[in-house]
Design a protein around this ligand. Structure first.
Ligand SMILES: NC(=O)c1ccc[n+]([C@@H]2O[C@H](COP(=O)([O-])OP(=O)(O)OC[C@H]3O[C@@H](n4cnc5c(N)ncnc54)[C@H](OP(=O)(O)O)[C@@H]3O)[C@@H](O)[C@H]2O)c1
Length: 331
């Protein structure tokens, strides 16, 4: 019988009884927060885990922490800066060479609500790092996933996708006044659509893709936000839940325990997405609280918007993304 999990489930609970010995799984952005916990938990379940970090010093520090947390488990690292396509392409070459078979990739790295900026290749930072960098990476390492099929691609999205559909007229913020919350929402909707398009291309060959909302977890993700930004974000969240945004005044995330998950709970949906056999028939879907999220039309923490699952929009974004990165893919 399939086990039922919930928003309170932890990484250990969703991986209990699952033996990942002989599997190789890669987690991007694993030197911190949810990525590190995902790597730890997959390693504890027996997988060889490849982490990516932005530089060698971060890799060394993260590997030491992971090895201390799970003595005897195999952890290795590859450096990749998702804000530079040259770095993404080099990392993908290394991965293809070192890991000809990859049973799962968890595209976890991301930035949130950054001040306006552009990546080295000229993309708005959040769209560039959270979506386009991963888009190139998944496509280039697809041969390793196909060689290991059945395999999984897990893309970290967010409930923030409720904030914005893709800004089709100005995806790259060339002439629209920048709003960091909307830009994050767009990037996280792009993660959902990327999972839909990738799944459409690979599922019949045994590679299924999912997007995931981990919940709200206190990590380094909030590093670009001021106190005023936090109040604004909480206000928008309360408003989306039908409440009075004024109630957000002087409230910090830590005062909102109903929203907050532990890191072990936050990383559980990623681990579930990477391993649960019961998900085979749900490729392309958005998962939250270790469940396939229902499509809703007003905000619900465990629901999702139809625009993030629309196959036509997914194909449109695929084409636009190829154009932006200057590369065509047939994974
Ligand atoms: N925490 C939440 O409440 C929450 C909610 C919804 C969705 N999510 C999603 O969950 C994922 C993990 O977030 P987290 O909460 O664990 O945050 P976190 O602790 O800040 O971890 C983010 C990771 O991404 C890496 N990263 C950032 N920019 C990068 C770049 N240019 N190239 C390569 N790696 C980069 C970071 O590396 P550095 O340490 O070098 O910066 C770090 O390893 C994100 O995709 C986020 O959008 C989180």
């Amino acid at each position: 019988m399939t086990k039922a999990f919930s928003k309170d489930s932890t990484t250990s609970e969703v991986l209990e009884g699952i033996d990942l010995a002989g599997k190789t799984m890669l987690v991007t952005g694993a030197n911190s927060g949810l990525g590190m916990e995902t790597a730890r938990a997959l390693g504890a379940a027996g997988a060889k885990v490849v982490i990516t970090t932005r530089d060698a010093a971060k890799s060394a520090e993260a590997l030491a922490a992971l090895q201390e947390a799970v003595p005897g488990a195999e952890f290795e690292a590859v450096e990749m800066d998702l804000g530079r396509l040259s770095s993404v392409r080099a990392a993908a070459d290394t991965v293809l060479k070192r890991y000809p078979k990859l049973d799962a990739v968890i595209g976890n790295a991301g930035v949130m609500n950054t001040p306006f900026g552009r990546t080295e290749d000229g993309f708005e930072t959040q769209f560039g790092v959270d979506h386009l960098g991963h888009f190139v990476f998944y496509n280039r390492i697809a041969p390793s996933l196909l060689a290991a099929a059945p395999a999984r691609i897990v893309m970290l999205s967010s409930g923030a996708h409720f904030t914005s559909d893709i800004l089709w007229d100005d995806i790259n913020w060339e002439h629209t006044e920048y709003d960091k919350f909307t830009a994050y929402g767009q990037a996280k909707t792009a993660n959902m659509l990327c999972a839909v398009a990738m799944n459409a291309r690979l599922a019949d060959r045994g590679v299924r893709a999912f997007s995931v909302h981990p919940g709200v977890i206190l990590t380094n993700l909030g590093r670009y936000m001021s106190e005023a930004d936090r109040a604004e974000m909480i206000g928008r969240m309360i408003k989306r839940m039908g409440g009075d945004p004024e109630a957000a005044k002087d409230v910090g995330f830590d005062k909102l325990p109903m929203f907050i998950k532990s890191v072990e709970q936050g990383a559980a949906t990623s681990c579930w997405a990477a391993t649960a056999a019961s998900l085979d028939e749900h490729g392309g879907r958005y998962l939250a609280d270790c469940q396939v999220a229902p499509v809703v039309d007003t905000y619900r923490p465990d629901g999702c918007m139809a625009y993030g699952l629309d196959p036509a929009a997914a194909e449109r974004l695929w084409g636009v993304s190829e154009e932006m990165v200057g590369e065509s893919f047939q994974p």
